[in-house]
Each structure stands twice: as C-alpha cells, then as structure tokens.
Design a protein. Sequence first.
Length: 489
Amino acid sequence: MIFPFLSCAFVDLRPIGMRTVPEGAWALLSGEESPVILIFDSKMEKSSVEKALQIYSPDGVIDGELEWKGRDLHFTPYVPWRAGIRYGLKISGTMYALDGRELLLSKDIPFFAVSRLSLPYVRSFSPPDSSSVGTGGIPCPKDNIDEKDSDPVILELVFSHPMDRYSTVDALKLDIPGEKIFLWLDDDKTLRVCTDKPLNPWAVYRWSISEKALSREGTPLAKEFSGRFITDLDREFPRVIRVIPLLPPESYTEGTTAWGSWLPAGTCMNPGPGSGHGIGVEFNKPVDADSLRRAFSFTPSLPGRVEILSPVSAVYIPQRDPEPEIVYSMRISGSLKDNQGLAMGEDFIVSFMADIPFLCINSVSFDDETVVPEPDSLFPVSIESGGIIRIIINFSLLFDAEDTAIRQECVFRISLRPFFPGTLPPLSLRTARWLFSDRLLLEWEGAEGSNPGEAHFYKLLIPGGSGGVHNGKGSFLKSDFVLYLEADA
C-alpha cells in the first residue's frame, strides 16, 4: 500500500529548464551564420517549441532553417546576419515537454551578430533638451556655410558616422513653420535644419529621429533619439534631477536640507527602497505642490502619499512595502507644473526593485539532526514519549523583536497535520518558543509512530506569499514551504 502512495505524492513537478544562445540581452553572435539555439534539459514536444519561436529585425521577421539536435533547437537564417543590426529573439507561448509538463514564456531578447561597432548614433545635438532658443533659432557658426546661411538654424545633429542623406532626412520628424532646409557638413556627419520663417513664440517644439536613419554603409541608427525646446528665453522646464530611497526620520531634525529630516539611503534607485523607506524626488526648480501631489503613479500599483520637503524636493511614502523581486515603474506626469505654471511636458519614468529579500528556510532540526531541506522532500522523524514531534525552524532573516504580534502570527500560521493514512488523529500544538529572532521551536503532541506494514506520514506547511509568514520587516516566503515527515515506528 505504500508504493502507490509514494508514486502519486511525489510526481516530478520541477520546472522545465531552458537557456538560449544568445544567452542574454545585447549578446553577440560571432559569425554570419551562427545559429540561435534553444537548449532544454528535457525532451520537448517539437511543434509547440517551433510555434513559440520568432526571430526578427527592424525590417520584419527573419526566415531560417529549424533543426533539432537532441534536445536543442537550432535556428540558422537563410540570409546571413548583418553587422550592426539589432535583431530580436522572441519566445512567446506555452511549450510542452514529452512528460506533460508545461513551460509558459514571454521573452524578448535583443542581440547582435558579427559586430556591434558599426551602429551609428547621435553624438550630440543642439539646442540642448528642454532648453529655450527664442524665435530665431540657435547661433550658427559662420564656417563652411553657403548662401543659405541667412536662414535661422533650428536644429543641429552631429552623428558618429557619415550618414545616408535621404534616409536620415526621411527619418527626422520636426514640425516647424515654413520650409525646412537641410545643410550637411563634416563629410555628412553634421546635419543642420534651417527654416525660412521664424518660430512661433511661447511654443514647445519636439523632434525625433528614428532607427530608419542609415549610415552610408546601410546600418541603422542604434536607437531613436528625441528632444524638445521652447521659444521662451526667460523660462526653463521643470525636470527631475535626482531620485533616491530615503530613510524615515526617527525624530525631528532642526534645520532644512534638500530632504528635510529624511536621510538618503543611497545615491540612486539601485538598490531600491527597503522596508519602511520613502522615495525622494528632487527637481531643478520649485514646483507647484498641488500639481506634485497628483503627479505620481506606479506600475504595478503602490498606494501612498506625497510629503513636500522643500520647494524643490518631496518624498513619496508608500502605504505598504513593495514586494521582493518585483520591478516597479514610477511615473511622474509631464503635466507637473512649476510655481509659475510651466509644465514639465514629458513624463519622467524610473524603474526599480525593492531592496527587500525573500524570507527563506535555512534549516530544519529534528531532535539532534539539522537538515537543509528541499521543499516537498521527505524526512524521518522520531516520535517522543507522549506522541510529541519537536521541530526547530531556522529562518534566513530576523523577525521584528519588538512586534510580538508578528511572531505570534507566524506560530499560528505554521501547521503540522496527518497526511497518510487518513485515519490518523489530528495533532495539537503543545509548545511554541522563539529561541532567537530567527529560530523557532515548535512541539506538537498526538502523533503516532508507524506500524509494521503501515507507515505514518505528516505534512509540515509554512505558508508563503504576501499573505503567508512574514518577518514584520517586509520579507515573506516566496511560496509555500512543505515537508513530509515519516514517523518512526
């Protein structure tokens, strides 16, 4: 009767392992015909893998030959890879192993082949982003300029490589009054855009140049570049100049600093805020307080409030700690205004991951034996006189020593229950004692040892997730922790 139980209870639930060549974002394939490879640790149902795979470039989907070599799927393009082109490996959908397990993926891995060095890019541009230029454009040096020099220069782009004139002009977007006039300098590395009419006053102009701009060799721009400028010489756009995690004030601090009584916990958002931290934002100029309080949003949601610290700084205080290993995006709306009513214009976005680790189980002790168990594993345990099972759980992090409610909640969430056979009586928690801030002793009574021909099994459950066991400092188990115990006869 034992063997059927064991075969049902311990089905292989391991996730399917997979890695790729290229191994990560922006990796380089060395040759023109180097294959893209999906490497599995299990035999796969081939059609489900092939259906989920797609290789693409800025020009569209790449066609190629698919070949299975053992457990690995090789993709070789029909047309050799080109240097400097940004390719993408997209894996989207559900793939199946031959043993019935599923692997659901949604990955998009950019990569290059042969060489990254031939990608052109915008080395510099003028006017600077968010600056004011007036209605007459930017100052124009009087060197190597033909008779069109009398037209005002609105925008200057300096490229790292000589550019193809037609594709570059076609890829540039800039809506300005009058006729646009394009002047090329420095062996086609510098493009100046002029107009035969002045710009409108008190207006915001935006420009962008896309990856459709090509170098003379035919390689696309490394990425899209964009900027904006205003025709008011007397004003500067409000903008974010710094975002950092802040430690909450322990007591009132005299004097005024950029962060009031809050203390910087870092110089940037890597690592992000820890448990109980706020997110400090500093601007280049005073901003309107009411506008600022409405400007914050988070994906995924992270409710909180805004506290103004100074005319140019504020702290966002979350109502709850962000969850471990979740990437959050904080957006400050472009509608944010300074204290004179000038809007920021473009949304400011920063991504971060909280500096809060998951809680883990370092070890579990049964009597004098200490083990580092894998979840869902099976261990023998001795039954003491009176049917007592004694277990010591060693956590990876300290529990809040001052919050007894957190410790009590942890105790009552952990359970030890009969698992097999179903006729075993329930257990009662006899003793619960914290030996240290990270070590908990639990004793249950009412256990029955195995009989000849019939083993007795118990299930230890420590619940995980945001609603499970947590240490009062923002950390919780990533998932349920389960051990199966075989009671000695």
